[in-house]
Design a protein around this ligand. Structure first.
Ligand code: PEP
Ligand code: MG
Length: 324
């Protein structure tokens, strides 16, 4: 735990002028879940299901997956657990499912892989829904979506999984479905996607990479990789406004959410949920509790007019310093 911040674990995450924001966590292993509950997390905004797949020696069976998913759902119930369908490809390769490509980040990744392999997708959807029986706190989220057909196709598969389980006698219902907004194309489809799903969540790690055409893991261009780029900030604001215009909640689950300086901007933009690693949760909460929404919005307006990431960062740091 962060020293000196234990006192706010059970305090609400609310600004000085009463604006409430939910702080959720990103998980992969069971150890993350325990740590998250210790830090007062209000839900899981991103369970990276590829983590248990990466640790296995072959594709985990439906039964094996269901046991893993059940642990997460049970530990957090009745709080929501957002499970992302398998996000492999890019820099995440399963040893037992090699993908050789010249440009893996522009290739066969995330939802593209599972839609091409419905047997993998349906086993995973069945395992998730099976694990949620009697708990009712599952949400399913789709990674790397670039068009509306991928959303339609995914919903069809999830509905099929649900129907099968119901026919087998399980008492299960359709979980809320969400789409990750992590490609520039998805940013401009947010409204249309919100008409098809229950929520959207920004993956700012990939969104930054794809908007700026900067490989998130390449040290040579690391200086160019920053979510404080004004284009990224404008894209984020667009997503929030588009989701809210459709009456849908919007969260963010990339690293930005766990950085107190960016979290301040995200709150000002109107994100409903910030989802981060448990270790950053109390620091973010402390910052949000020390400012007014009105001041954060003034800061946002100011920085949206600046032209470079360095001066944006400096303005936020100054505001944080003034807020103590
Ligand atoms: C993201 O892209 O911001 C994200 C949360 O997903 P991942 O880091 O797992 O790609
Ligand atoms: Mg991503």
């Amino acid at each position: 735990l962060v020293r000196g911040l234990e006192g706010i674990i059970n305090q609400p995450c609310v600004t000085l002028d009463g604006h409430q924001v939910s702080l959720w966590v990103n998980t992969g292993l069971m150890s993350d879940v325990v740590r998250s509950l210790d830090h007062g997390a209000e839900g899981i905004g991103l369970f990276r299901t590829e983590v248990p797949f990466l640790l296995a020696e072959r594709f985990p069976s439906e039964q094996e997956q269901a046991a893993i998913y059940r642990e997460q759902l049970q530990a957090f119930a009745p709080k929501k657990v957002t499970m992302r369908t398998l996000d492999i490809g890019g820099d995440k390769a399963l040893p037992y499912f090699p993908i050789e490509e010249a440009n893996p980040f522009l290739g066969w990744r995330g939802i593209r892989v599972t839609l091409d392999h419905p047997e993998i997708f349906i086993a995973q959807a069945r395992a998730m829904i099976r694990a949620s029986e009697g708990l009712d706190n599952l949400q399913i989220m789709l990674p790397m979506v670039s068009n509306l057909q991928e959303v339609t196709g995914s919903i069809q598969i999830i509905k099929r999984a649900l129907r099968e389980l119901q026919e087998e006698g399980l008492d299960v219902s359709m979980p809320p479905i969400g789409v990750m907004i992590e490609l520039p194309a998805a940013v401009y489809l947010t409204r249309a996607m919100c008409q098809m799903v229950d929520f959207v969540s920004v993956g700012s790690n990939d969104l930054t990479q794809y908007m700026l055409a900067v490989d998130r893991n390449n040290p040579r261009v690391a200086d160019l990789y920053t979510s404080f780029h004004p284009a990224v900030l404008h894209a984020l604001k667009h997503v929030v406004d588009a989701a809210h215009a459709e009456g849908k909640p919007v969260s963010i689950c990339g690293e930005m959410a766990g950085d107190p300086a960016s979290a301040l901007l995200l709150v000002a933009m109107g994100f409903d949920i910030l989802s981060m690693n448990a270790s950053t949760l109390l620091k973010v909460k402390a910052v949000i509790r020390s400012v007014t929404l009105a001041d954060a919005q003034t800061l946002l307006k100011d920085v949206m007019n600046l032209s470079d990431p360095q001066s944006i960062r400096a303005s936020i740091d100054m505001a944080l310093y003034n807020a103590g």
